[in-house]
Design a protein around this ligand. Structure first.
Ligand SMILES: [Zn+2]
Length: 296
């Protein structure tokens, strides 16, 4: 008994005295970044998986539990999660993560959004009425989000400042090394034309110097029709479209048809971490995308 008590006391001293910072991210990329920056001081989870469509996720009771204990929520914003997150936020009964609090990080406020329409029109079911929310596919945008997560972690857990500073310098160095590597690999593809299934890839394509000449979806969130795909085929005739790129969670029938008729190669790419095998970090996600695009 005495031995057991001694062991328990020893264990109590071994366990860090501070409670972990609980980070809830809507998509796995932000959770992966928070885990990388937070190390042993942070516990990070993602509400949805990389293979799910973030526009149309289900609001699950388990999400409420996770949000209830969160010290920080990181969301994309720009309407990406507006179909499922707001009721969960309300049901979480957690004041720490409500809009305007230190524990609420809307990533769309720290990046420059693209494709912001002149007028907002949701009438036709467009799921990008406030601009393109898929900036987690842009290495530079994702780096800006990482910087914002780093800043919040220090504010929420100031005792860990030196620890977070150390991990941030590693993250920054990795970013510089990896982006140089990706740019070198992608350089020969500059100006290559692609067709997207959903308009998710703009931030990545702009960063890499590739050009999107159209999307299989007539509007973001509206499934492709044979009519639209036929029109698009006619429009890109002779334009040398090299790739059709899409997420794994979209149907592939019309993508295959388009690829076959246009001579382009269909690539199923992970838009979020974990959507393809071995892509559990943001570095591995972009490695995968770059390798697929540059594979001979
Ligand atoms: Zn979208």
């Amino acid at each position: 008994m005495r031995k057991l008590i001694a062991m328990l006391i020893a264990l109590a001293f071994l366990t860090p005295l501070h409670a972990k910072v609980h980070v809830a991210a809507t998509i796995p990329d932000y959770a992966a970044i928070a885990a990388e920056l937070g190390g042993e001081r942070v516990e990070a989870i993602s509400l949805i998986k990389g293979a799910q469509d973030p526009h149309f996720a289900d609001a699950l009771p388990s999400h409420v539990v996770r949000l209830n204990r969160a010290d920080l929520i990181v969301l994309t914003g720009c309407g990406l999660e507006s179909g499922w997150l707001p009721p969960l936020m309300m049901q979480s009964r957690n004041d720490k993560i409500q809009p305007g609090s230190l524990g609420y990080l809307d990533a769309s406020t720290v990046v420059t959004l693209k494709e912001i329409p002149m007028t907002i029109d949701k009438s036709q079911g467009d799921v990008h009425p406030g601009g393109n929310p898929h900036f987690y596919l842009g290495p530079a945008e994702l780096y800006a989000v990482a910087a914002a997560i780093y800043d919040r972690l220090k504010k929420i857990d100031p005792e860990g400042t030196a620890y977070y500073d150390g991990r941030w310098s590693i993250f920054r160095a990795t970013y510089q090394r990896k982006t140089a590597e990706w740019r070198a690999k992608l350089a020969p593809l500059k100006g290559t034309k692609v067709v997207e299934y959903h308009k998710s890839w703009l931030y990545f394509l702009d960063w890499a110097g590739l050009i999107s000449v159209g999307a299989l979806e007539p509007k973001p969130g509206i499934p492709p029709s044979v009519r639209h795909v036929t029109d698009l085929l006619a429009a890109v005739q002779g334009k040398n479209v090299r790739f059709v790129i899409q997420e794994i969670y979209h149907p592939q029938k019309l993508s295959h048809l388009f690829a076959e008729k246009s001579g382009a190669k269909l690539l199923l790419l992970p838009s979020m971490t974990g959507a393809a095998p071995g892509t559990d970090t943001v570095w591995a996600k972009f490695d995968y995308i770059v390798n697929q695009l540059t594979e001979k």
